[in-house]
Design a protein around this ligand. Structure first.
Ligand SMILES: Nc1ncnc2c1ncn2[C@@H]1O[C@H](COP(=O)(O)OP(=O)(O)OP(=O)(O)O)[C@@H](O)[C@H]1O
Length: 941
């Protein structure tokens, strides 16, 4: 056969190929157009594969076949059906329009794009099924069709709704990237670089324009054009001008390409937005001249010219292209592409390794991080990946606001409470550490040593392990989701007794909704109780406090040996326990100035009160602090009987207790008068003044001295004033007093609470009955500092703290401490002190001396201006009639004789005599303190 025949037959074959291609082009266009019409004309009432037609007439513009096709598409793809014609058309047209590409050569690209398209549609359908309601679309099955439904069901069963959404979005984007072959990273890179160079370009544009005009002349040569490296293929383009004027950029790109898979090797001109290997190859091929100039070196080292149509290799094997690029600048273009194609696949093993290394939560989003580290052959620590993920999540407004990335959030930051929790400030606790004199007489004796207390247990069991915490975080999120609350655990703070999970609720989720779920959460997480902290100062999260499996016990010795207690200058410093992070909580009763302690029986109140009392006993001598104890249970405080701090024996009779309060009112009034006479405003000022005068050798005489009142001659000189101790009144069961004595106690407490601060009298009221008839509004208004131990209901908690929370405490000394003027209570794990320890300290104090009871308490309570008369309705006293009978019979109206006769307390007897006075049975006390009996003796039978 002649050469001409061969050419003719070849051209005929080419013709056939061309005709076949063009026919196929028409066919594809036609099919896609038809599909588009069918989809556009879809009417759910038309007959179809999924159902029988509801209407006799087919409405679809593409006819019955069109109706069936549309129904078929919508049944399987849902809203994805709209994309099917487009997805089919784009790659086919692209392939068919490229004349020189044979089917075989183009196949890999077709497969890549088809897979990309499939992934994209599948992701879209599944997302639509997951998130869109079909009631809007009225498609045969779901908004994402059967494919979307099946895929979303499967994904959700493995990844949950949120995680699944992330996976599907990722799938979609990957599909899109494969389909249109857009490099997301490169596009961003391209845009960024374009923006950066924009000013320079604009500036150079002005300079280039006048030069370009003469270029139209045939002879005109710009210096750039004169450069032999100019590539003819680029001659008419701006980019070619750039290449000519910037030869070094090409060099650097080669160098970079030779170094490894990197995009930095591409100039922006070389890096096409659409990474189309065919184009790249063709361009490169046609634009690179065979030889001369500076590029001739590289051209010389280039392998033999390839046949005209050579598709660049699209291989996932990394090295050949990379190596070739080192020598072949032309290859660098295709190499860059294949590098890019390699990147995710190269990353995969590293990601998998990370996963195998235990990082079951390594995120897709951070696969690139992992990859970049893996590429630098650095070992990738799982925790680093988690840290980065959580770091991003924790960014304000990120996690909740823009839909949470399930993959990223898996990996909770675990920060010990000791680091995450801000301890209470000294100002909240009322502590002052300055060493100013406290205004009290230098102590005559030393306080006992803290060694009397049991030491803290050193090796206490730790809470949950990191794995458990991670699991619990997930569980917590899931359980909340079950209750319709979308929130994400952003941090976990393990502490000695509880672990706090910090939740970032999704926008629109109210913290109170989570609070209301506290009980349900406790049940579903199988823990004793869950406390929700709606406000954590300084953070935008909600705290969930879950008890540790094994709880550490806080010993009083631990708290009292702490710096805050040791350095506190106040004699009324109380050690309460440790906060949730294990920091000691030491408070100042003087600043409170009165404290209400309430909690259900067995919650740890008495232990708490004991801890407070021991704190006082380790800080203050009897000269500095005196105690009045009221203990209706006759068990709790009787243990302190005999310590020198007591003003009076521990009071167990409730009416005597009321008398004690009345004495306090009288004492308060007396102290006020004294302070007024001395021109000072508070007790420490008063004591300081006295001490100063004593130091100067001019002790101050009692300005209120009334010798006649004492039954002494009127010229008896006034004694020198003594410093006054603080008085702490501790009432262990304050409800009993309210029940027995009634409203009068409330009035007395209110009076003391209102004024006693300056006089150095402080109240600690404890009750196990936190009801409104015990903790009345009047008492609450006057006792601003509260401690709530565990209570049985929200209502009780509100009665004590004016907010809920105490019902979710753990008992055994777990408490909420609400300082005066603060709205958010602080959780404190109360210090434990055993009865043995209390005994030891009591015994130690007993060694220092017998209690010096203040005689005034045993004298007439009306002295000192106490408005005693009329305060009590003592005619109702069961023994009143007996007392009257005794007085009438014996003709002795003395308190002590009534006391002895009826074997009652002094106060009760005094009240009876007062009542008799009010009733006209006896006279008022004369100057010698004697009363006469006015009523006649009882008639004898
Ligand atoms: N801080 C603590 N740490 C550990 N356990 C504690 C603590 N406080 C109390 N407990 C435990 O709780 C028990 C009950 O405490 P406590 O007697 O103080 O309760 P309560 O509220 O005073 O009860 P009640 O009102 O019936 O007297 C104690 O026996 C002790 O075992």
């Amino acid at each position: 056969m002649s050469e001409q025949n061969l050419k003719a037959s070849l051209s005929f074959t080419e013709l056939l190929v061309r005709i076949a291609k063009e026919s196929a082009l028409m066919l594809v266009l036609g099919v896609c157009l038809y599909l588009m019409i069918a989809v556009l004309g879809y009417d759910s009432r038309d007959p179809g594969w999924s159902h029988l037609g509801y209407q006799p007439e087919v409405r679809n513009l593409a006819g019955t076949a069109g109706a069936w096709v549309a129904d078929w598409l919508f049944s399987f793809f849902g809203i994805g059906a709209w994309l099917v014609p487009i997805l089919l058309a784009y790659p086919s047209l692209r392939f068919l329009l490229r004349r020189k590409t044979s089917l075989l050569d183009g196949m890999p690209y077709l497969i890549l794009r088809a897979s990309g398209g499939l992934l994209f549609v599948a992701g879209l359908c599944a997302l639509a099924s997951l998130h869109l309601s079909n009631s809007v679309f009225e498609y045969p099955f779901t908004a994402g069709g059967l494919i979307g439904q099946a895929l979303s069901d499967w994904i959700v069963s493995w990844f949950s709704v949120l995680g699944g959404s992330v996976v599907l979005w990722t799938l979609m984007l990957v599909g899109l990237t494969c389909y249109v072959e857009v490099s997301v990273g490169q596009t961003l890179d391209w845009i960024g670089r374009g923006l950066l160079r924009l000013p320079a370009r604009l500036a150079s544009l002005g300079r280039l324009r006048p030069r370009r005009a003469p270029r139209s002349g045939a002879d005109t040569k710009t210096p750039a054009a004169a450069k032999p490296a100019a590539a003819p293929g680029y001659s008419s383009s701006v980019s070619s001008a750039r290449i000519r004027t910037e030869p070094s950029s090409t060099g650097s790109s080669q160098g970079a390409a030779a170094q490894g898979p990197s995009f930095s090797g591409l100039t922006e001109e070389q890096a096409p937005l659409f990474l189309t290997p065919e184009f790249a190859d063709e361009d490169a091929h046609s634009s690179v001249p065979p030889a001369q100039g500076p590029s001739s070196e590289t051209a010389a080292s280039r392998p033999a010219p390839r046949p005209e149509r050579v598709e660049p290799s699209f291989s996932f094997e990394e090295s050949p292209a990379a190596r070739a690029a080192a020598q072949d600048p032309r290859a660098s273009e295709s190499q860059d592409y294949s590098d890019y194609a390699d990147a995710p696949f190269a990353a995969a093993p590293a990601t998998q390794n990370a996963a195998h290394a235990g990082d079951r939560h390594a995120s897709d989003r951070h696969a690139s991080d992992v990859h970049s580290r893996a590429a630098g052959s650095e070992p990738v620590a799982v925790s680093q990946v988690l840290d980065t993920a959580v770091g991003r999540m924790a960014a304000p407004g990120d996690a909740a606001g823009q839909g949470m990335d399930e993959a990223v959030r898996k990996g909770v930051r675990i920060v010990p409470l000791a680091e995450a929790h801000k301890p209470m400030q000294d100002s909240d606790l009322g502590l002052d550490h300055d060493q100013r004199p406290t205004g009290l007489r230098p102590a005559r004796q030393q306080v006992p040593s803290l060694d009397l207390l049991d030491p803290p247990e050193l090796h206490q069991e730790q809470g949950y392990s990191d794995d458990q915490l991670e699991m619990m975080s997930r569980l917590l999120e899931d359980k909340l989701k079950d209750f319709g609350v979308v929130a994400e655990v952003v941090e976990v703070n393990p502490g000695p007794v509880i672990t706090r999970f910090e939740l970032q609720p999704a926008p629109g989720v109210k913290a109170s909704k989570i609070t209301n779920l506290a009980k349900d959460l406790a049940r579903s997480m199988a823990v004793l109780s869950v406390r929700v902290v709606e406000v954590i100062p300084g953070k935008s999260v909600v705290g969930i406090e879950i008890p540790n499996e094994s709880r550490q016990t806080v010993r009083l010795s631990e708290v009292l040996n702490s710096k805050p207690y040791r350095e506190a200058s106040s004699k009324l410093t109380l050690g309460l326990g440790n906060d949730i992070a294990g920091n000691p909580v030491v408070v100042n009763l003087a600043k409170m100035p009165h404290l209400l302690v309430a909690g259900t029986t067995g919650s740890g109140k008495s232990v708490g009160v004991n801890a407070m009392l021991l704190s006082l006993l380790f800080k203050a001598t009897p000269d500095e602090v005196r105690l009045m104890m009221v203990d209706p249970k006759m068990l709790e405080l009787s243990i302190y009987e005999g310590i020198p701090h007591l003003l009076t024996p521990v009071i167990t009779d409730m009416k005597e207790a009321a008398g004690g309060l009345r004495w306090c009112v009288a004492e308060m009034e007396r102290r006020y008068k004294l302070m007024a006479k001395m021109g000072v405003r508070n007790l420490s000022g008063f004591n300081e003044k006295l001490l100063k005068a004593q130091e100067q050798g001019q002790p101050i005489k009692d300005p209120l001295w009334n010798p006649e009142q004492e039954g002494l001659p009127f010229d008896t000189p006034a004694p020198a004033l003594e410093t006054l101790p603080y008085i702490v009144v501790v009432i262990d069961e304050f409800a009993d007093m309210m029940m027995i004595v009634g409203k009068k106690v409330e009035e007395l407490i209110a009076r003391i609470a209102q004024k006693a601060r300056a006089a150095g009298i402080h109240l600690i009221l404890a009750t196990q009955r936190p009801s409104v008839d015990v903790i009345t509004g009047l008492i609450k208004a006057n006792v601003p500092t509260r401690i709530a131990f565990q209570v049985s209901s929200k209502i009780d908690s509100r009665t004590i703290l004016d907010q809920s929370g105490a019902e979710n405490l753990l008992g055994n000394g777990d408490m909420l401490y609400l300082p005066a003027g603060v709205s958010v209570p602080n959780r404190v794990h109360g210090a434990f002190v055993s009865d043995d320890e209390v005994h030891r300290i009591v015994d130690a104090w007993k060694l220092y001396g017998a209690p010096a009871y203040i005689d005034d308490i045993l004298s007439d309570p009306s002295e000192g201006g106490a408005p005693s008369a009329g305060l009590f309705d003592d005619e109702q006293d069961a023994l009143y009639d007996e007392a009257v009978a005794f007085v009438l019979e014996s003709r002795k109206a003395s308190i002590s004789s009534v006391q002895r006769k009826l074997k009652i307390g002094y106060n009760r007897a005094a009240r009876m005599i007062e009542t008799m006075e009010a009733a006209g049975v006896v006279t008022s006390a004369g100057s010698n303190g004697q009363r006469e009996v006015l009523a006649p003796p009882p008639p004898r039978d």
